[in-house]
Design a protein around this ligand. Structure first.
Ligand SMILES: [Zn+2]
Length: 148
């Protein structure tokens, strides 16, 4: 018995694989920048879009990545979503409704995208068997407020 224990210990000491059940440090997910070349902007259809996380602040950026609360945007629109208005670049995109006030347009889009995230997340939760009220409470716990 004791011999056996020793053999197991030695096995794990030299084994290249981590011991079963031993907690591996959880690797943070990246936001998927590697697939960038094929990614298309939601508004222009242009490729090489950048992935934008829809919730941020106090851990919510990582939650956005883990749960896919993201939108793909071409660089000028991505900058706009971060509050930077490159007027000439944005005008050239000809996105309906963006002008005369691109920031206002972006704010409305973000609101709708967040609502969509909440709707589908809550729907998934209720499919798993909890009530809509519980799903709402869990969403608020997760993100901090309801968008619906
Ligand atoms: Zn972003």
């Amino acid at each position: 018995m004791e011999e056996n224990k020793e053999a197991i210990r030695e096995f794990y000491a030299t084994c290249a694989f981590p011991k079963e059940g031993k907690k591996k440090k959880k690797k943070k997910k990246q936001n998927g920048w590697k697939g960038k070349a094929h990614r298309r902007c939601r508004y222009t259809g242009r490729t090489c879009a950048e992935r934008h996380e829809l919730f941020y602040g106090s851990g919510k950026h990582q939650i956005s990545i883990d749960l896919g609360f993201q939108v793909d945007l071409c660089p000028p629109i991505h900058r706009l979503f971060h509050g930077i208005v490159g007027k000439a670049d944005l005008e050239a995109l000809n996105v309906p409704g963006m002008f005369p006030d691109p920031k206002k347009w972006a704010a409305k889009e973000v609101e709708e995208l967040r609502q969509g995230c909440q709707e589908s997340w809550e729907a998934k939760q209720t499919e798993l068997g909890i009530t809509p009220e519980e799903a709402r409470a869990r969403w608020i716990e997760l993100i901090g407020r309801s968008y619906l």
